[in-house]
Design a protein around this ligand. Structure first.
Ligand code: S3P
Length: 170
């Protein structure tokens, strides 16, 4: 069966929903950020500090290419993955792409105080979130399915994705 790939902004709930979804479908769960940390033996913040965002993106693309070749996976991706066309092409070659959307307000509430996301360590994280979401929405909108996560429980979101996956994968 094709992979289910979760894309979307930081704080959209990709990892939490991905784990639940994998359990429900009997698929394995893979989180690209976790794989990058394992591969490099460092945190995401350390990688950004040592080799910069582009260096991080190159490792991210390698990880994406690797797992795109497999099947029966739920892949939770870092928020910047859809920005590279090769990443989306690889993920789409054997996967259904699901965009988990969230408003800037929701994202802000979910991530405020978290220091593990280098791109949000700015003077005005809410303004940064608004700017990045605006820039990235065209990329996220290339997904096969968009599911809103505002005011919805992870279980509700999972149920909607399962319905879609069954329809497409049958
Ligand atoms: C990033 C999102 C992060 C992580 C890195 C960059 C982004 O992952 O990959 O900090 O560019 O949006 P999450 O979306 O899992 O927080």
């Amino acid at each position: 069966m094709k992979n289910i790939v979760l894309i979307g902004f930081m704080g959209a709930g990709k990892s939490r929903i991905g784990k639940l979804l994998a359990k429900k479908l009997g698929y394995k769960f893979v989180d690209t950020d976790e794989q990058i940390k394992l591969k490099e033996g460092k945190s995401i913040s350390e990688i950004f500090k040592d080799i910069g965002e582009q260096g991080f993106r190159d490792i991210e693309s390698q990880v994406v290419a690797h797992f795109s070749q497999m099947s029966n996976l739920v892949i939770s991706t870092g928020g910047g993955v859809p920005l590279r066309k090769t990443n989306m092409d690889n993920l789409r070659s054997n996967g259904l792409i699901v965009f988990l959307s969230a408003t800037p307000q929701t994202v802000y509430e979910r991530v405020k105080g978290n220091t593990k996301r280098p791109l949000l360590q700015t003077e005005d994280p809410f303004a940064t979130i608004c700017k990045l979401i605006k820039e990235r929405t065209p990329y996220y909108s290339e997904a096969d399915l968009t599911v809103e996560t505002d005011c919805r429980s992870p279980l509700e979101v999972v149920q909607e994705i399962v319905k879609f996956a069954k329809l497409i994968n049958r």
